[in-house]
Design a protein around this ligand. Structure first.
Ligand SMILES: Cc1cc2nc3c(=O)[nH]c(=O)nc-3n(C[C@H](O)[C@H](O)[C@H](O)COP(=O)(O)OP(=O)(O)OC[C@H]3O[C@@H](n4cnc5c(N)ncnc54)[C@H](O)[C@@H]3O)c2cc1C
Ligand code: SF4
Length: 436
């Protein structure tokens, strides 16, 4: 598996939610009420038995605790770091209604899974070989979770990814103060440790091999190819240098070196979580000022309020209800011309103003890649998103999908849950029960 260079830019970031010590973990675990019908479990897309794994920490049974987590969610180690727990399990903890701080579920999960990784504990074995083979397109969390589950049933798996590094956006996109790329690669290695998963990098499915070739070579195909490149703004001046798509910039920062320390006025355009991540990343990399430009109000922003609060504390500024209409500059970007926007997100004529900028990141979304499979009869695609049923089936025999390419772009935990769900349905099909 390709490793990455320690001189990459993301290495300047520290963990913003440090680990618990063993003593802290036991104290925190003992605060849990071990609720019956626990709302924290319902709030988790992978339905981890949270009270059970916490109780096991409190009794010193760390092996059992890690197994409970990883049995439900094979990405339990990374999800402990990257999940937006504030709006999932921790947000649902009953303590929130009792004026008591909620249980730090993510940190407890990190504690148990980190010990499991450090100790080299493994819990799952491949099933007896069935002679069946499944192709998985993309090596992100959706395909990895799907492949791991398929191996437990004994099916051979081949994962194809067009990139050199594996792990998808968990490796190339997640903010480094939550998790660095090398930790994601540790997880990929742990998952692949089940054996029998052939990973082929640098292979762009659709070109070479074609879908017809994949269909010929495999008994089922899982689509986990995520989303595409950053959506452009399509305004004059976008070709100037020092204007980048945010996801592209983040990938370079995580895998290589980017020069930001001489940047005086960075501008990030957008109001989602990628925009909020990049604001904090630019500040951490040494940009003097970082301004978020968003055409809606603060309340209308799709990014999590707790992430914006953290960015604000780090020193970010924001201009709300501002619509960029032109990038200014000769060869390099020097500024962004904007119009004020009314409460219905309509630009107001005659309200132009300029914002200085020597670096601009555009974070208004990623392209949907449904076009990749557009020519396959039966496979349903709606506005670029692969349409699936409740098992992940795509409507064309042999094809299942999950993760961002099917859900439109959610979280790692959703991709992992959807990959596992599809694996179970594919297994049923391969056993002769259903679909294709
Ligand atoms: C900047 C950013 C930050 C994020 N931060 C968080 C976070 O903090 N917490 C969180 O839970 N989620 C976060 N997410 C979302 C999360 O990373 C995704 O939901 C998750 O990775 C989706 O998994 P996936 O397997 O569906 O797709 P991906 O992780 O995108 O993986 C898809 C893979 O498919 C490959 N591929 C694409 N086309 C082809 C092809 N034709 N042939 C072969 N391979 C192909 C790609 O190279 C890629 O490796 C973030 C997303 C972004 C963009
Ligand atoms: S809701 Fe809170 S207190 Fe109840 S089981 Fe979950 S973490 Fe423990």
């Amino acid at each position: 598996m390709a490793r990455i260079d320690d001189s990459r830019s993301e290495c300047v970031f520290d963990d913003f939610k440090g680990p618990l010590t063993p003593e802290q973990a036991v104290i925190e675990a003992n605060r849990c009420l071990y609720c019956h019908d626990a709302p924290c479990v319902t709030a988790c897309p992978t339905a981890i038995e949270i009270p059970e794994f916490i109780r096991k920490i409190s009794t010193g049974n760390l092996k059992g605790s890690a197994k409970t987590i990883l049995e439900a969610n094979i990405h339990g180690m990374s999800c402990a770091r990257v999940c937006p727990v504030e709006v999932l399990c921790v947000g649902a903890c009953v303590h929130n209604h009792q004026g008591v701080p909620p249980i730090q579920i993510g940190k407890l999960q990190r504690y148990a899974t980190d010990v499991a990784y450090d100790q080299g504990w493994r819990f799952f074995e491949a099933g007896a070989a069935t002679g069946k083979s499944v192709a998985l397109v993309g090596a992100g969390p959706a395909s990895l979770a799907c492949a791991h589950e398929l191996r437990r049933f004994g099916h051979a798996c081949t994962i194809y990814d067009k990139r050199a590094v594996v792990g998808g956006l968990n490796t190339t996109g997640v903010a480094p103060y939550k998790m660095r790329a090398d930790r994601s690669l540790d997880e990929v290695e742990w998952i692949l440790g089940i054996g029998g998963i052939d990973v082929r990098t640098g292979v762009e499915v659709g070109r070479e091999p074609s879908w017809a070739e994949l269909e010929e070579q495999h008994d089922a195909i899982f689509l986990g190819f995520g989303l595409g490149v950053d959506t452009p703004l399509d305004i004059p001046g976008e070709e100037l240098s020092s204007i980048y798509g945010a996801v592209d910039f983040i990938e370079r920062m995580k895998l290589a070196k980017v020069a930001v320390s001489s940047v005086r006025n960075a501008v990030v355009i957008g109001g989602g979580n990628t925009a909020l991540d990049t604001v904090r990343e630019l500040l951490g990399l040494g940009a003097r000022t970082v301004t978020l430009l968003y055409r809606g109000t603060e309340a209308a922003m799709s990014g999590y309020a707790h992430e914006w609060e953290a960015a604000r504390i780090d020193g970010a500024r924001a201009l709300w209800q501002a619509q960029p209409v032109e990038f200014l500059g000769k060869d390099r970007v020097e500024g962004v011309r904007c119009l004020r926007v009314d409460d219905d997100k309509r630009p107001v004529a005659g309200t132009e103003f300029d914002v200085e900028a020597d670096l601009v990141l555009i974070a208004i979304g990623q392209a949907k890649l449904g076009g990749l499979v557009g020519a396959l009869p039966g496979l349903r695609v709606d506005r670029g998103r692969i349409v699936v049923d409740e098992h992940g089936y795509c409507g064309r025999p042999k094809y299942w999908a999950g993760g961002d390419c099917a859900n439109g772009g959610k979280e790692v935990v959703n991709a992992s849950a959807e990959g596992k769900r599809a694996a179970r349905a594919i297994h049923q099909m391969l056993e002769g029960a259903d679909h294709g």
